[in-house]
Every structure is written in structure tokens, then in C-alpha cells.
Design a protein around this ligand. Structure first.
Ligand code: NAD
Length: 276
């Protein structure tokens, strides 16, 4: 018996990283999966994006668990693209129970010199893209009448500020407001809405040259290892980062009936970062 037997879950940004981990964990809990990703690069993001090959690998991992999967390429900024994937998934599976709005990008600049394109891309993806994902999914959930759960991936930067992340903090705080309103509006349909707030997670968004430079600016070509002491220093617990599966555990719980009366909360998975 899984927590999500017979249920269907939608995951954005599922080609790699946390999104892949969420898709696999929810499948382990018994859910069929609708997985999508942009699968093309975004100019201002600090890394390349997930690829079609990686999204296909995620799908193979779900199938290896004997669950069904529908995948699609869609940019969360594009309502029609997201709706097409969600509609295709619901056509195939006949229902939608769980939404994990996980897709996001990162970039770093001081606010007073930040360029407009850097600001706009983060707000468009990390804030408006979350709303568009919810907008495409919620009518299907309401129509099915089965209740459900929406989990939005925020960040510890959705609970406190970090320098050079004005746009990211604005978006990640912004999704908390969106979550709170959706929790109110959807409660009568028994649809719960919550945010998760990861600290640094060991994915491509953390393991890249930009982050290493940010946390060890004095070294010429720092690696993630060089940044480890500064990353460790963010936390109460003695770890520099957490793993995707740690966030997936919170997502799976919030998506399940184990959390049936949990709605409107901001759940940190942060090794104590927000208490430091
Ligand atoms: N890694 C961290 O340290 C960390 C910490 C806190 C919060 N987060 C958040 O976790 C979420 C997942 O990030 P991750 O760590 O797995 O990073 P990641 O870069 O490995 O994965 C992000 C995925 O989202 C996809 N994506 C980006 N823009 C998209 C768009 N417009 N439409 C569709 N898909 C898009 C990418 O292609 C990629 O596959 C993000 O919202 C991120 O902001 C990450």
C-alpha cells in the first residue's frame, strides 16, 4: 500500500534534480505521473536547463516502478503549453490529485544593478509560472471532485532575505502569498495547498561555477568543495546541503492523506537555516 495508490500527480521541472526525485518518490507511493519540463536553455539562468533526454530518463524511472507516465515539453511561462500537457495527462489517466509546482531558475545580481531581463525571467518563471501551473491544473481537480494537494516549491529565500537575490526572494515570498490564497479558495473542494522551503539542495542549481564563486569569491576557480564551509555555516545541523530525496519526503507527505488536515503551511526542510 502506497500513500498515493490510484492517484495522479503532476510535476513541473521534472527532467532532473528535485523534480525528478519528486516524480519518482510519488510513483513509489503509487501515483501515475504527468511530468513536464522546458527542455531548453534560459538566457539569464546560471546553468543549462534540463534536457529532453533527462526528461525521458525520469519517465523510464517511473515506468520501472510499474507506474504510468505522460511527459511533455512545456515552459511554465506559457499557459497554452502547460495546459496542453496537463490536459493530455488528464485525458490519459482520467483524474488529477496532486500538483507539485517545482520548476524554477536561479541567478544572482545586486538589486540596484540588476538588469531587467534577469529580474523578469525569475519573476516570470518562479512566480507567474507557478500560478500558471496551478491555473492549468485546478479546474481538473475541482471537476474530478476528489479533493487533492498542491505543493509549491519555495525556498528558505521565501522566508528570509539573501543578498543578490532580490528577484528570487520576491518570487519565492510571492508564492507563499499565492499558496495562502489558494488554500482559502480551494478548501471547500478539499484541496490542500502548502509550500516547501528547501535550503541548499545538491542539484545542478547548487553544483555550478556561479554558486562556488558566490560562496568563495576570493579564489580564482573555486569548486563546490571550496564553498562547503560557507554553505555549512548557513545551517544549525552539521551539513552543507540536503539531498533531493529530503525534499521529496516532505512533498510526498504533504501530498498524502497522512497530511489530510494540513493546509496553508510553509514547511522548511532546511537543516535549521531559518532558525540561525
Ligand atoms: N537547489 C537548491 O539549492 C534549491 C534551494 C531552494 C529551492 N530550490 C528550488 O527548487 C526547485 C527545483 O530546483 P532544482 O534544485 O531541482 O534545480 P535544477 O536546476 O536541477 O532543476 C530545475 C528544473 O526546472 C526546469 N525549468 C526551469 N525553468 C522552467 C520553465 N520555465 N518551465 C519548465 N521547466 C523549467 C529545468 O529545466 C530543470 O529541469 C526550484 O524551484 C528552485 O528554485 C532549489
Amino acid at each position: 500500500m502506497g500513500w498515493l495508490d490510484g492517484k495522479v500527480a503532476l510535476v513541473s521541472g521534472a527532467a532532473r534534480g528535485q523534480g525528478r526525485s519528486h516524480a519518482v518518490r510519488l510513483a513509489q507511493e503509487g501515483a501515475d505521473i504527468i511530468a513536464f519540463d522546458i527542455c531548453k536553455d534560459i538566457p539569464t539562468a546560471i546553468t543549462e536547463m534540463g534536457s529532453e533526454e533527462q526528461l525521458a530518463e525520469t519517465a523510464d524511472m517511473v515506468k520501472a516502478l510499474d507506474r504510468r507516465v505522460v511527459t511533455g515539453n512545456a515552459d511554465v511561462r506559457n499557459m497554452a503549453e502547460v495546459a496542453a500537457v496537463v490536459d493530455a495527462g488528464v485525458d490519459t489517466f482520467g483524474r488529477l490529485d496532486v500538483v507539485v509546482a517545482n520548476a524554477g531558475i536561479a541567478s544572482f545580481q545586486p538589486a540596484h544593478v540588476m538588469t531587467e531581463d534577469v529580474w523578469d525571467e525569475v519573476i516570470d518563471i518562479n512566480l507567474s509560472g507557478v500560478w500558471k501551473t496551478c491555473r492549468a491544473a485546478i479546474p481538473h481537480m475541482i471537476n474530478a471532485g476528489n479533493g487533492g494537494s498542491i505543493v509549491i516549491t519555495s525556498s528558505i529565500t521565501g522566508l528570509k532575505g539573501f543578498t543578490w537575490q532580490a528577484h528570487y526572494a520576491a518570487a519565492k515570498h510571492g508564492v507563499v502569498g499565492l499558496m495562502r490564497v489558494l488554500a482559502m479558495e480551494l478548501a471547500e473542494h478539499n484541496i490542500r495547498v502548502n509550500t516547501v522551503h528547501p535550503t541548499s539542495v545538491l542539484t545542478r542549481m547548487l553544483d555550478n561555477d556561479e554558486i562556488a564563486k558566490l560562496f568563495d569569491p576570493d579564489k580564482e576557480s573555486p569548486s563546490l568543495e571550496d564553498a562547503t564551509p560557507a554553505l555549512r555555516d548557513l545551517h544549525l545541523l552539521p551539513v552543507p546541503w540536503v539531498e533531493s530525496r529530503d525534499i521529496s519526503a516532505a512533498v510526498a507527505w504533504l501530498s498524502s492523506d497522512e497530511a489530510r488536515y494540513v493546509t496553508g503551511i510553509t514547511l522548511p526542510v532546511d537543516a535549521g537555516a531559518t532558525q540561525k
